[in-house]
Design a protein around this ligand. Structure first.
Ligand code: M6R
Length: 609
């Protein structure tokens, strides 16, 4: 999500780090910063907004050094501001760090340090790392980092420098990418390949648990216990554009493949399956507040509206809360009956969509309790709602939303389970069971993505068709809507999503042997019902593309083309069943030569009515 660049060598490190950060600008960021050691002192500059602000702040000509680390921040904990921008230091300004990832146990680490009298300057989870390294520092930076990492739980790509050891950068990786670039008499560090391509093509991809010490002439990799690790040097052949997409042809495909990580990041530090505990720090509603809610309204647009439709099932089934879902542009122009016992949840990747923002403001003006589910920290909705629940999906660059959809369902699933438990509509044992299921989702998504090619084969057969029908029932009906939306927006093929049981009330007339029917028929309470609907479509000549559960041994009898997704609890299944539909639309659009990442007539964030 955030960008990291580091340099040590003979050249001016400031120029190289700034240049590397510019190469990562395409990923999106809200603030940036850089640190150097110069004449035995740490110097740090940080700025909100574009990198040119940082450049002005640096007064580039005057800041020269042979060692530097820099960062572009995409906020997760704490709003975008100069105080929250990286690098962060310890109170004595001898250690400085840049961090990408999420420190799950930062709150308890922070309160422990505060009890020892340490003052914190930011709202970030990252600042604790600098404090802890200082605490462990006894003239050996590598050792202090190793000791610190023993205390930290979570994900990190980390760069550290120390004013008393200006000849080295220490870096470490756990569940967040980090690359060491190899030069002659100089070495580099970066979160992403494009940052380094102008300087070197020889790179080491650090593995989880690796801690690297970089001097100008040497790279040593150890683990937390100081065991030396040998890592292969790879020569990267990609050009800059390929590297930005991590070798994927489009951002959409990259973002689809990121989902195991983005879903896991959304759960990270928030669910504890063994203890049967959900910890949603930002949502500050008490048990009484929750019990006092009479109705829930979920309001959103586009893909976010579809995740809202899925969430209705979660709130009703688990938390037993009466829930309605509305399209924001409809909600704001009817006269919804609103009062202070109604909770209005707005869902928005960007947090800036004009209609959703207007709906939030309307709800606030009527005294409702409001909660925003957003991906962008500090966005208008996240600032204006009473409560906010962030998805931790990182920047979504492709106009067509993919990872935001699964992140939103993941976030709202946790919320529904938490409230169900607090309202005692779910027992502790049931909670544990569902949390365990949730925890397994990223791995299941990852396993499915390994066979993405099977979806490509299906796409090849149908890319020339001009109309598609998507069918689903119950919690997978919104997935049918989402699959149809994806196909429409990136391939310009007409597609309709329908509740399968509604078919015989009209749309069945559309079906002939030229109409592919994508049916989501994973194992669920309505499995038999949707199978009957599929039979009806087949009887009219429709060609079926079936999304089925892996364990469904009879699926091949029902669908002409079957795509299997891993088995899971039916309420989680939308997260899995949507992935083949995202891939199907992607491959079809590529085959038709469409501009996948920037479809015609569409904007990523619709900030006008
Ligand atoms: O940023 P938001 O989630 O509020 O955006 C809502 C819609 O504009 C968005 O989901 C849109 O439908 C996407 N292009 C769908 O892929």
């Amino acid at each position: 999500m955030c960008g990291i660049v580091g340099y040590i060598g003979e050249k001016n490190a400031v120029d190289i780090v700034l240049d590397g950060l510019k190469k990562l600008e395409y990923r999106g960021y809200d603030s940036s910063g850089i640190a150097v050691v110069k004449d035995g002192q740490l110097q740090i500059r940080r700025s909100v907004g574009k990198l040119k602000n940082l450049e002005e702040n640096i007064e580039k000509k005057h800041l020269k050094a042979n060692i530097s680390i820099g960062h572009t921040r995409w906020a997760t904990h704490g709003k975008p501001s100069e105080e929250n921008a990286h690098p962060h230091t310890d109170p004595t300004k001898s250690i400085v760090i840049v961090h990408n990832g999420i420190i799950e146990n930062y709150a308890e680490l922070k309160s422990g340090l505060e009890k020892e009298g340490k003052e914190f300057k930011s709202e970030t989870d990252s600042e604790v790392i600098a404090h802890l390294i200082k605490k462990h520092y006894k003239n050996n930076l590598l050792f202090a980092v190793q000791e610190t990492l023993k205390e930290i739980k979570g994900s990190y790509a980390l760069g550290v420098i120390c004013k008393d050891e200006p000849d080295k950068i220490i870096c470490a990786r756990q569940d967040a990418p980090l690359i060491v670039g190899i030069g002659e008499g100089e070495n580099f560090l970066a979160s992403d390949i494009p940052a380094l391509l102008s300087y070197t093509r020889d790179m080491i991809f650090l593995e989880n648990g690796d801690i690297a010490e970089l001097t100008a002439n040497k790279i040593t990799i150890t683990d937390i216990e100081n065991n030396v690790k040998k890592r292969e040097v790879k020569n990267i052949k990609w050009d800059c554009v390929q590297a930005e997409k991590e070798g994927y042809k489009h951002f959409m495909l990259k973002e689809i493949h990121e989902q195991p990580r983005t879903i896991e990041d959304t759960f990270r530090g928030r669910i504890y399956p063994d203890e049967g505990r959900v910890y949603l720090e930002e949502v500050k509603l008490s048990k009484e507040d929750i019990k006092n809610i009479s109705n829930v309204y979920i309001v959103a647009c586009g893909t976010s509206y579809h995740s809202g439709l899925v969430s209705k099932f979660l709130f009703e089934n688990f938390a037993k809360m009466h829930t309605e879902v509305d399209i924001a542009s409809e909600f704001r122009y009817r006269e919804p009956i609103l009062n202070d016992r109604i909770l209005v949840i707005v869902i928005s990747q960007s947090g800036e969509t004009a209609d959703t923002l207007a709906a939030l403001r309307l709800a606030k003006s009527k005294g409702c309790i409001t909660l925003a589910v957003c991906n962008i920290v500090g966005s208008s909705m996240s600032r204006e709602a009473d409560h906010v629940l962030y998805t931790h999906c990182g920047p979504e660059i492709c106009v067509a939303s993919t990872k935001a959809f699964t992140g939103q369902i993941a976030a709202l699933y946790m919320l529904a389970l938490d409230w169900a438990c607090r309202k005692e509509s779910l027992s502790k044992e049931e909670l544990k069971k569902y949390l365990k299921e949730l925890w397994e989702v990223p791995v299941k998504v990852g396993n499915f993505l390994k066979q993405a090619e099977s979806v490509h084969e299906v796409a090849k057969k149908f890319a020339h068709k001009r109309d598609f029908l998507y069918l689903g029932r119950n919690v997978n009906y919104p997935v049918a809507l989402e699959g149809a939306l994806k196909l429409k927006e990136i391939s310009y093929i007409h597609a309709e999503g329908y509740a399968a049981g509604e078919m015989k009330h009209g749309p069945i007339a559309l079906i002939d042997d030229d109409m592919p029917v994508v049916a989501i028929a994973v194992k669920s309470r309505v499995y038999k019902k949707i199978i009957s609907n599929i039979e009806e479509a087949k009887a009219r000549g429709g060609t079926i593309i079936l999304i089925a559960s892996e364990s469904d041994k009879t699926a091949l009898d029902k669908g002409d083309n079957v795509i299997y997704v891993p088995d899971c609890d039916e309420f989680i299944s939308p997260i899995l069943s949507v992935i083949p539909l995202q891939l199907l639309s992607y491959y079809v659009a590529v085959m038709l030569g469409c501009d996948v990442d920037q479809p015609r007539n569409l904007a990523k964030s619709v900030t006008v009515e």
